[in-house]
Design a protein around this ligand. Structure first.
Ligand code: SF4
Length: 317
């Protein structure tokens, strides 16, 4: 686990602040009460910070998907310029804060990261818009994990997002302490099984890249590695890929297990494969044997403990 505090941006209404157009909020109790214990939130309400006030007239995106306007629904007032000015200034401030992630409010014409309603000149909506502030944030910080609160209700997406946040923090720590070849090999080594659970292809690619580290300039190399590393983790881990990783790990100590213990462990992995039990079940037994047999290489794998166990994220995937 990283020792640096996690600092994440968040759409301010998700913390329970009454900043929405109707004077209400959208407090999300998982974010405030559960994940919030591990996070220092940086709340941003682009519309309030742009001076639009609360309550305010409801707005929507209109026009060109690549260059939409933010316009109020009843009076047709165009607030695009105000939002853009705020966005430029706020993003410059956020650059100084070393964020490790961002949780946006879904569907908002300012904060939504995808599928925001965008209206054409006939007033017909399409779900192909992106909130103005969210779009600028993602363009400026393409590696920072972002997610919407709505998608975080889905256990696999929730686990994936929080895992990426912790991984990105570790990557930032490494970059800030200076990426030497040795440190990078070490970083890559402890993330191997996590990468394999997400994308066997990217795992291979990153392995080859690390093998060629000496041929590249350290700064460019680190940049390329960081990009591929975060891209790999964004690929959804599946039951089949987790089973593959569990079997790899089992290979490290199966010779040391008695017939009964081996059958039990294979049975537990099989149950998980058939989705009869969550991932935490085979992992708990595997961690038990890793400890007993003192398998250092596996013990150090981030895959075994990618986020605090108190979050219980793997009890639901
Ligand atoms: S969605 Fe964004 S702009 Fe709208 S109230 Fe929440 S933080 Fe403010």
């Amino acid at each position: 686990m990283t020792t640096t505090p996690l600092r994440l941006g968040i759409s301010r209404c998700l913390l329970g602040d009454e900043v929405r157009f109707d004077g209400g909020h959208k407090r999300d109790s998982f974010l405030t009460d559960v994940f919030g214990r591990y996070v220092e939130w940086v709340p941003v309400c682009p519309e309030v910070e742009a001076g639009l006030g609360t309550p305010r007239e409801a707005m929507r995106l209109v026009g060109d998907p690549q260059n939409p306007r933010l316009v109020t629904i009843k009076s047709g007032t165009d607030h695009t310029r105000a939002l853009e000015t705020l966005t430029t200034n706020r993003i410059a401030q956020l650059m100084e804060l070393d964020l490790s992630g961002y949780v946006f409010k879904k569907g908002s014409p300012s904060c939504g990261i995808e599928r925001v309603r965008l209206y054409n000149e006939h007033g017909i909506p399409n779900r192909n818009g992106v909130g103005l502030f969210a779009r600028a944030f993602m363009e400026e910080f393409p590696l920072i994990p972002v997610e919407e609160e709505g998608r975080l209700c889905e256990p696999t997406l929730r686990e994936n997002f929080i895992e990426r946040v912790f991984c990105y923090r570790r990557w930032q720590d490494l970059v800030q302490s200076g990426v030497t070849r040795r440190a990078l090999v070490q970083f890559h080594t402890i993330h191997k099984y996590l990468l394999l659970a997400h994308s066997p292809q990217q795992y291979e690619l990153l392995g080859r890249l690390v093998g060629q580290a000496e041929r590249h300039r350290p700064k460019e190399f680190a940049h390329r590695y960081g990009e591929l590393f975060m891209k790999a983790l964004a690929v959804k881990a599946t039951v089949r890929k987790h089973v593959n990783v569990l079997q790899h790990i089992l290979g490290y100590f199966k010779e040391r297990l008695g017939a009964h213990e081996k059958a039990e462990l294979l049975g537990v992995i099989g149950d998980y494969h058939q989705e009869l039990t969550p991932l935490v079940v085979p992992l708990t037994l595997i961690k038990h044997y890793v400890k007993i047999f003192d398998v250092g290489y596996i013990h150090d794998q981030i895959y075994l403990n990618p986020h605090p166990k108190e979050l219980m994220l793997r009890n639901h995937v």
